[in-house]
Design a protein around this ligand. Structure first.
Ligand SMILES: O=P(O)(O)OC[C@H]1O[C@H](OP(=O)(O)OP(=O)(O)O)[C@H](O)[C@@H]1O
Ligand SMILES: O=C(O)c1cc(=O)[nH]c(=O)[nH]1
Length: 186
């Protein structure tokens, strides 16, 4: 599929699930935005998450094929990482935003074998959530060169991750989704 087609298909399921919200939202970074993509709404409908999963598999095909495991950024990235790992029969892990305060005290969960892993999140805005996970993973002995997301909001994530040697692969940008919604208003 072309970039435009990927954006069209993702925009369609986001619209179906009422996941493109307009208002005044505070983002994870503390920034404000008049548009919020609530990716979690895709999870509540199996045909919608299946479409989104297939888009992730298509956009990240090369990098996923070369990876030894799929690692989710908790919490938004975890369901997508889990579904990808299951589809690809690959080990799964996830990174907590903070080390667990009791029990094992772990920050990387799952103990997938050390190797080249793909980091998965639902949305990238500033990229700081993915960047923190990449640092934690590298400190734990994993190799990370690719991050895969459904939506890149185009607010610095690509540049931040590139400065760390990580390529951001996305199904669509926020701009392309908004254009797709304009193209297909019905
Ligand atoms: O690129 P960034 O500026 O870091 O923003 C994107 C992050 O924000 C959201 O997570 P959130 O912090 O809302 O936590 P959650 O996934 O646990 O809901 C989203 O799932 C990304 O992880
Ligand atoms: O930056 C964020 O926190 C963010 C933006 C967005 O559109 N959707 C989301 O789930 N998180």
């Amino acid at each position: 599929m072309s970039h435009e087609e990927l954006a069209d298909v993702l925009a369609k399921v986001l619209k179906k699930r009422g996941a493109v919200l307009r208002g005044d939202f505070v983002l994870s970074s503390g920034r404000r935005s008049s548009v919020y993509i609530d990716m979690r709404r895709l999870l509540g409908d199996e045909s919608s998450y299946t479409v989104a999963l297939d888009l992730l598999l298509e956009a990240g095909a090369q990098e996923l094929a070369r990876s030894s495991a799929v690692i989710g950024v908790a919490t938004g990235g975890l369901p997508w990482a889990a579904m990808l790992a299951l589809r690809l029969s690959k080990p799964l892990g996830y990174v907590r935003p903070e080390r667990k305060g009791h029990g094992t005290g772990s920050q990387v969960e799952g103990e997938p074998p050390r190797g080249r892993v793909v980091v998965v999140d639902d949305v990238a805005t500033t990229g700081s959530s993915i960047a923190s996970s990449v640092e934690v993973l590298r400190n734990s002995g994993y190799t990370v060169t690719t991050a895969l997301v459904l939506v890149d909001r185009g607010e610095g994530a690509r540049e931040l991750l590139a400065s760390m040697g990580v390529r951001l692969v996305s199904v669509a940008t926020l701009e392309s989704i908004l254009k797709a919604l304009d193209r297909n208003p019905a």
